[in-house]
Design a protein around this ligand. Structure first.
Ligand code: SF4
Ligand code: SF4
Length: 219
């Protein structure tokens, strides 16, 4: 019974997360339609090139891992090997998971220009989990409210005043955090570390028949 309840809790939490993703995507369509809103250049993936340290939530990572699960085995292995390489590279710079979590930008700078700095899901310049990418990946490239003001990639900053054309990122993040908390971990964790850890935990859960077991990790 405990396993069924755990699985049900996981299913409900992820249904809420998917509802949030739909809201985010709808807001993105509206803001993108502003006439003064530049689009990302077709071949640009500069932000993904420094996203191994990107802080993401457990709910977001569960969604990413569903996509990873559906990838051809060789691509999935490649992504996981890259996550492992990033974690190793951070450690080589004396940056453990806490250090990367506490200062993601500094951690990213420590690997500047190295392939290990990139998001593990970036394969040949393309996001291998695109439909399941985290919330920040869905909105970055548009003006977002970050709790202190409006932030935007310098390459896609609108030419006019932001006005209503701002994505309420803080509100979305709070909702995602609530879902993550219901899955057992409220705090964000770096992309590479969380991907690797949750993937390994998922395999253990499958072997033990405990789907949606509460993840362990920093809170
Ligand atoms: S998940 Fe996809 S969009 Fe997000 S940083 Fe990684 S490669 Fe880029
Ligand atoms: S958000 Fe900026 S860096 Fe990222 S793909 Fe768009 S233009 Fe490039």
């Amino acid at each position: 019974v405990a396993e069924v309840l755990l699985s049900l809790k996981h299913t409900i939490a992820m249904a809420k997360y998917l509802e949030l993703v739909r809201d985010v995507d709808q807001a993105v369509v509206v803001v993108r339609s502003r006439p003064d809103q530049p689009s990302c250049p077709a071949t640009c993936c500069d932000c993904c090139q420094a996203a191994a340290a990107l802080p993401v939530g457990v709910a977001e990572m569960e969604h990413v891992l569903d996509a990873l699960d559906a990838l051809p085995a060789d691509v999935r292995e490649y992504v996981l090997e890259r996550a492992e390489a990033s974690v190793r590279a951070f450690l080589d710079c004396d940056l453990d998971v806490k250090a990367v979590t506490d200062a993601p930008l500094r951690a990213s700078d420590a690997l500047h220009g190295r392939p290990e700095a990139a998001c593990p899901a970036l394969v040949g310049g393309v996001c291998a989990v695109y439909a399941h990418r985290p919330i920040i990946c869905r909105v970055w490239g548009l003006p977002i409210s970050n709790g202190k003001g409006v932030d935007c990639c310098p390459k896609t900053r609108p030419t006019g005043a932001p006005g209503d054309g701002v994505i309420p990122y803080v509100e979305y993040w709070r909702k995602a955090r609530t879902v993550s908390a219901s899955l057992g971990q409220e705090a964000k964790e770096p992309m590479a570390h969380l991907m690797l850890r949750r993937w390994q935990e998922r395999q253990t859960e499958r072997r033990s028949g405990e789907p949606g077991r509460t993840p362990s990790g920093p809170t």
